[in-house]
Design a protein around this ligand. Sequence first.
Ligand code: SF4
Length: 94
Amino acid sequence: MSEVMGLKAKLGLNVFKEDKEFHIRIKPGREKDERLKKAVIVCPSGLYSANDAGDVEISVDGCLECGTCLIACGEEVLEWHYPSGGAGVQFRFG
Ligand code: SF4
């Protein structure tokens, strides 16, 4: 019988190469926008979080480039593009 891996363990198999610049940014002045709270819930990697001041922050290291946050929040609050060639996620399914 094979061992069952949890989500975090599976995500931990992926490799992430840093890009020259972040491929996702919260637009300036939108950190408290209610739409960003959806990203905190839907991001499968858990990269969005709200700080004590109520600002939503993102750490792009670990991004799966799925686009879910952009669909949930919209282009009015997020700048989103794929990383440049050779950077970003390399999937290593366990
Ligand atoms: S693209 Fe996907 S994995 Fe990356 S931050 Fe958005 S929701 Fe999270």
